[in-house]
Write a protein that binds this ligand. Structure first.
Ligand code: 5AD
Ligand code: SF4
Length: 451
């Protein structure tokens, strides 16, 4: 890529919208651009290149990107060296349409083509025209410079891409690929070992549908086998993995979680609804009964298992009775964490053919009610933790309070406590003194390293 002044590296600013799979792709782009001479900045005004890493799962996320693009329009017109790139699911979905709607965009690159970002930017310089790259096959896109990552002690590691399910509301298989592609175990282990060599202690293995990891590989290694292999890597003390859809979850996974001490007792396990009628129309492939059975088995086999979930409220045809069934499921399970989404029609999905008949106000009420129930459950769970000591992996100084450190328990609860910033990256015992629904507040327990 041409640089007006070779002494002055070009600066890139990345703004992310969406899920953790997206976050990882953004990290991979920054890693590649840094290798090729860019410097990452957190100041958008100073950037020569702004990359929007976009999400399509809900309409709202796309609207926010369009509005951000609008804000940069004048600057793109005024500054001949300034470039704008859009990557990720919205780029994949809209393609050329995005350039038509926002001609200030220089690069549109889809969910498999982001690895070519540098080359695409060079093409813009050579041709003076916008480029669109949307091919969905043939680019593995997962090699990375392990030294380039936003958090020193924690790293995301992509283990598979795509999703073979066809949940009726979901745009993911269209924009991220409907064929699952897993990375070989040896590749994942190699990357984790390199990350560990560079100071990472916690890895979060990512896959849209991670329970079906390995089905596309010869020998069909499964997720428990992958966890066992990653568990062998020296220097790694914590392993997490997301997302575990109920359709592909097998009890072997719980056994592996119970037997492998580095694997954290945390499962992101989206239910989406507690009503069989709704689950059926969502094409989720399990019933409320099966979901409950799996959750109970998990808690039985993995002591202290934290369950987090996603729910969609206001799915087409969702009645008050269906919604009450969701509340009932929450009361039965008492999740650690719940992410609630108001149903949003996505073009080309099966449910887009059905009337979006739950009024916005009802979606909002249902959304708020689920959040309220979750808040009550979170507070109750956290109150039961007062006085107990937890192993906390320290992430660093709290962004909200410079006198405190923050970290996470094995079950992914956030903990705040006073301590020296040099504890970052270490696992320390913390006794909980008081709690809020979202945070455990405490102090280093005796025997811990001094402040
Ligand atoms: N509308 C609302 N929420 C959705 N999700 C996926 N598709 C939609 C949609 N069309 C939610 C699901 C999924 C999470 C990542 O986003 O709950 O688990
Ligand atoms: Fe979408 Fe369903 Fe696949 Fe999740 S499992 S990514 S909701 S199609």
């Amino acid at each position: 890529m041409k640089n007006e002044n070779p002494m002055q590296p070009r600066k890139v600013f990345l703004e992310a919208f969406g899920c953790q799979m997206n976050v990882l792709d953004g990290e991979l782009v920054l890693s590649d651009l840094s290798r090729k001479g860019y410097v990452v900045t957190d100041d958008v005004a100073a950037a020569d290149l702004v990359v929007f890493n976009t999400c399509s799962v809900r309409q709202h996320a796309e609207q926010r990107v369009l509005s951000r693009l609008g804000q940069l329009k004048d600057r793109r017109a005024r500054d001949p060296g300034f470039r704008i790139a859009v990557m990720g699911c919205m780029a994949q979905r809209q393609g050329e349409d995005l350039i038509r709607a926002a001609p200030q965009v220089d690069v549109v690159c889809g969910s498999q083509q982001f690895v070519r970002m540098f080359d695409l930017l060079s093409e813009v310089e050579e041709t003076g025209r916008s480029v669109v790259a949307l091919e969905q096959e043939g680019v593995s896109g997962q090699s990375r410079d392990v030294a380039v990552r936003p958090r020193p002690y924690q790293a995301f590691v992509g283990v598979m891409r795509g999703c073979h399910h066809r949940c009726s509301y979901c745009i993911v298989p269209r924009v991220r690929g409907g064929r699952e592609q897993s990375r070989p175990v040896a590749d994942v282990v190699d990357e984790v070992a390199k990350l560990a060599g560079d100071g990472v202690v916690e890895v979060i293995l990512l896959g849209q549908n991670i329970n079906s990891y390995g089905k596309s590989l010869s020998g069909r290694p499964n997720l428990p086998a992958l966890l066992e292999a990653v568990h062998e890597v020296d220097g790694i003390s914590r392993i997490r993995f997301i997302t575990s859809n109920p359709m592909d979850l097998e009890v072997d996974l719980f056994k592996a979680m119970a037997e492998l001490p580095k694997v954290m007792e945390y499962l992101h396990f989206p239910a989406q609804s507690g009503s069989d009628r709704v689950l059926k129309r969502m094409f989720r492939g399990y019933t409320r009964g099966r979901y409950l059975e799996l959750a109970e088995k998990g808690r039985e086999i993995v002591p202290g298992l934290s369950l987090a979930t996603d729910f969609i409220v206001g799915f087409p045809g969702e009645t008050d009775e269906d919604f009450e069934a969701t509340i009932g499921l929450m009361e039965r399970i008492r999740f650690e964490q719940t992410f609630v989404f108001k149903y949003s029609v996505r073009p080309g999905t099966r449910s887009s053919e059905w009337e979006d008949d739950v009024p916005g106000i009802v979606k909002k009420e249902r959304n708020n009610r689920l959040l309220k129930v979750q808040e009550r459950h979170s507070l109750m769970r956290n109150q039961g933790r007062i006085g107990r000591v937890f192993d906390v992996l320290v992430e660093g100084v709290s962004p909200k309070n410079p006198d405190r450190l923050t970290g996470r328990t094995r079950g992914n609860q956030i903990v705040a406590f006073p301590g020296s910033p040099c504890l970052a990256g270490q696992t320390v015992p913390v006794r909980v003194h008081r709690v809020t629904p979202l945070t455990l507040i405490g102090g280093l327990a005796s025997g811990a390293p001094p402040r």
